[in-house]
Design a protein around this ligand. Structure first.
Ligand SMILES: [Zn+2]
Length: 228
């Protein structure tokens, strides 16, 4: 892997500012000596890069707190963009393999939402995502699938036990480990994803409830609520 992102090696100023912004984040901002909120950004670990402090605050306020799963999604977002060579201002598409926490960083900071169809969740319960750059219909998107790799988390006893749910740990315990590990606990594969054009949509009025619904396969049946 090449590293395009520089990471901060400076030590942090005392945590007063960080603590006052988000008291619940100080546990990981101060978790290691090479970390931190260097003025306006927060280091996410070796090979991952750093997140603007305001973006991190936004993620925390919308998601509710910095959960372990949200932190993994954040690392995957930054690592995935780096692997794709996509800058933060460019649209990405995301296939997320769990509903648990992981989708939110992509929605809140990645601009890939359920509503704009940038995010699809296919819930297999796996800590994995596929990122693809925005690609015109008819072409093949060259994407990357990232997974938190159990063969690699093994080196970090607590993280591994958290991942396999063989022990209970708080996010304050696990996030600093993820931050220290950085890219070393992830594996990725390159994937080709065909991009289809939009399906022609048709609005049908349900003969049972009288409510209009979008019907993409052209049938004139009842709406889903009124089918059986
Ligand atoms: Zn109906």
């Amino acid at each position: 892997m090449t590293r395009n992102e520089q990471r901060s090696t400076e030590t942090v100023p005392p945590s007063g500012e960080a603590a006052s912004r988000n008291g619940n984040l100080s546990f990981f901002e101060n978790a290691s000596s090479n970390n931190v909120r260097e003025g306006t950004s927060v280091d996410l670990g070796p090979g991952i890069g750093s997140v603007p402090a305001d973006d991190l605050d936004r993620l925390v306020s919308i998601h509710g707190f910095l959960s372990t799963g949200a932190f993994i999604g954040l690392q995957m977002l930054f690592l995935g963009r780096r692997l794709l060579g996509v800058s933060p201002d460019k649209r990405i598409h995301v296939l997320c393999e769990t509903f648990n926490c992981l989708p939110d960083p992509f929605q809140i900071l990645g601009g890939a939402t359920v509503g704009n169809k940038g995010l699809i969740v296919r819930d297999t319960g796996k800590m994995a995502v596929t990122l693809t750059p925005h690609t015109p219909p008819g072409e093949t998107a060259r994407g990357v699938r990232l997974i938190l790799d159990p063969a690699k988390t093994e080196k970090f006893e607590k993280l591994h036990a958290w991942y396999l749910n063989t022990g209970k740990f708080s996010h304050e315990e696990i996030i600093p480990i993820l931050k220290k590990a950085g890219e070393t606990v992830y594996s990725y594969t390159r994937v080709d994803v065909p991009v289809f054009g939009r399906q022609k949509k048709q609005v049908t009025i349900c003969p049972v409830c009288g409510e209009p619904y979008v019907n993409t396969d052209g049938g004139g049946r009842h709406c889903a609520d009124c089918t059986d």
